[in-house]
Design a binder for this molecule. Structure first.
Ligand SMILES: Cc1cc2nc3c(=O)[nH]c(=O)nc-3n(C[C@H](O)[C@H](O)[C@H](O)COP(=O)(O)OP(=O)(O)OC[C@H]3O[C@@H](n4cnc5c(N)ncnc54)[C@H](O)[C@@H]3O)c2cc1C
Length: 368
C-alpha cells in the first residue's frame, strides 16, 4: 500500500518536473511540497515526536520510489534521515523534542555536515573546531559537500573538541541556519543530482548553547559512523530506485523501437541485457531490504550489511543505467530521454556516504 501511494504521488507530482530540475539545476520545490503534503518527506521520525514512525524498510521504499522518477528529489527524505539520525540515536530528550517536531511537520529540513575540503574518506582528519566558552560552544571551520545546504534549517555538525584524541576528540552539535556566523558557499556544478544543492557551510565564530551538543563530548565521531550504518541503506535505496527507473524506461523502449523490420526487444542479444539488468537489480534490492531489517533490529552485523548494500546497489545502479543508455542507442545519449540523467544521477551513489573503496574497507573489517 505504501509503495502504491508513493509511486502514484511520485509519478503525478515529481516525475513531470524531473527533467527541468536537472536541466535548470534547481531545487525540486514541487517534490518537497508534494512530499510534505502527504507526510512522506521525513517518514522515519518516530511518532512520539510527531512523525510518521516509518521503520527502516518503509523508509527505503519511499526513497526508492522517489528515486525511480527523480534522483535529486529522493535526497529530501534520505538526507532528512541522515541529518536527524544523530539526534535520534544519541541526542537528549530536549534536543529530540526541539528539532524532530519541525522536521516531522515539514517546517524544516535537516542536513549532515561531516566532510571537509581536506577530510573526505579520512573524515576523522577534520579541522572544524568547537571551543567551550562557559555555557556555550564556539564553532569555527568549513564543511564541504553538504547536501541541501542553504535549504535545510538544521545541521548536524561534527567538530573537534579535543585535538589530542583524534576520532575520540570529535563531538556532534546541532547548528541552525539562522545562527549568527553560519553562511554557505556557491552551489557545486555537478555531473548529476543537479537539483540537490551541494554547498560548503562556513562556520565563523558560531556561538551555540552547550545543550546543542548531541550526546556526550567526544562521542560525535562514533555517532556519525553509527548513523552511516543505517543511512547507507537509504543510499542503496536511492541507487535501486534510479536503476529501476532506467530499466522500466528501457523495457518499454525496446518494444517500440524497430530495426531490421522488428522491435529490437525481439533480439536475443537485447533480451539477455534486460535479463541481466533485472537480475542484478533484484539481487541489490533483496540485499538492501535485508540490510533495512537489520537496521530496524539493530543486528550486530549491521555495519557489514549497510556497507555491502550501499556498495553493491550503487555498482549495480551504475551498470544498469549505463546499459539502459546502451539499449536506447544514440537516443539514449541525449537529454530527450531520461536514461542519460539517470546514468549521471547513479554515479554519486558510488561516492557519497563513503566511496565504494571505503565500503570495502568497512566490509573487510566487519566480515560476518
Ligand atoms: C554530491 C555530493 C554530496 C555530498 N553530500 C554530503 C553530505 O551531505 N554531508 C557530508 O558530510 N558529505 C557529503 N559528501 C561528501 C562525500 O561523502 C565525500 O565526497 C566522500 O566521502 C569522498 O571524500 P572525498 O571527496 O574527499 O574523496 P577522497 O577521500 O579524497 O577520495 C579520493 C579517491 O581516493 C580513494 N581513497 C581514499 N582513501 C582510500 C583508501 N584508504 N583506500 C582506497 N581508496 C581510497 C577514494 O575511494 C576515492 O576514489 C557529498 C559529496 C558529493 C560529491
Amino acid at each position: 500500500m505504501l509503495r502504491e501511494t508513493i509511486r502514484s504521488l511520485a509519478e503525478a507530482k515529481i516525475a513531470p518536473h524531473a527533467a527541468a530540475v536537472d536541466e535548470e539545476g534547481r531545487f525540486p520545490r514541487e517534490a518537497l511540497d508534494a512530499l510534505v503534503a502527504s507526510d512522506l518527506h521525513a517518514v522515519h521520525v518516530p511518532e512520539e515526536y510527531g512523525g510518521a514512525g516509518a521503520d527502516a524498510l518503509a523508509t527505503v521504499i519511499v526513497i526508492e520510489e522517489v528515486a525511480r522518477v527523480c534522483g535529486s528529489s529522493s535526497l529530501i527524505p534520505a538526507v532528512n534521515k541522515l541529518g536527524s539520525l544523530p539526534v535520534i540515536l544519541s541526542g537528549s530528550e530536549d534536543l529530540k523534542k526541539k528539532y524532530l517536531g519541525p522536521l516531522a511537520k515539514g517546517d524544516a529540513m535537516f542536513s549532515y555536515a561531516l566532510s571537509e575540503p581536506d577530510a573526505g574518506s579520512d573524515a576523522a582528519g577534520m579541522k572544524t573546531k568547537a571551543v567551550r566558552d562557559g555555557d556555550f560552544w564556539v564553532l569555527n571551520g568549513v564543511k564541504r559537500w553538504i547536501t541541501n545546504a542553504g535549504e535545510s534549517e538544521y545541521y548536524t555538525v561534527m567538530a573537534v573538541t579535543d585535538p589530542t584524541k583524534r576520532s575520540k576528540g570529535i563531538s556532534a552539535f546541532v547548528v541552525e541556519k539562522s545562527d549568527e556566523g553560519v553562511s554557505f558557499g556557491a552551489p557545486e556544478k555537478k555531473l548529476g543530482i543537479k537539483g540537490s544543492p551541494t554547498r560548503e557551510v562556513y562556520l565563523d565564530n558560531v556561538r551555540i548553547p552547550a545543550d546543542r551538543m548531541i550526546g556526550e563530548e567526544g562521542t560525535g565521531f562514533a555517532t556519525a559512523m553509527k548513523t552511516l550504518d543505517h543511512t547507507r541503506i537509504t543510499i542503496a535505496a536511492q541507487a535501486i530506485g534510479i536503476a529501476q527507473g532506467a530499466l522500466d524506461y528501457a523495457k518499454g523502449y525496446v518494444q517500440e523501437r524497430k530495426q531490421f523490420g522488428k522491435p529490437i526487444g525481439d533480439f536475443q542479444g537485447v533480451q539477455f541485457m534486460l535479463a541481466d539488468m533485472a537480475m542484478k537489480l533484484e539481487a541489490a534490492r533483496q540485499l538492501t531490504y535485508a540490510a533495512a531489517a537489520k537496521s530496524e533490529r539493530l543486528d550486530g552485523d549491521l555495519t557489514f550489511f549497510g556497507a555491502a548494500a550501499k556498495c553493491f546497489a550503487s555498482d549495480v545502479a551504475m551498470e544498469v543505467t549505463t546499459d539502459a543508455v546502451q539499449l536506447l542507442g544514440g537516443y539514449g545519449y541525449t537529454r530527450d530521454y531520461p536514461v542519460e540523467r539517470m546514468m549521471r544521477d547513479a554515479k554519486i551513489t558510488q561516492i557519497y556516504e563513503g566511496t565504494n573503496q571505503v565500503q570495502r574497507i568497512v566490509m573487510a573489517r566487519n566480515l560476518p
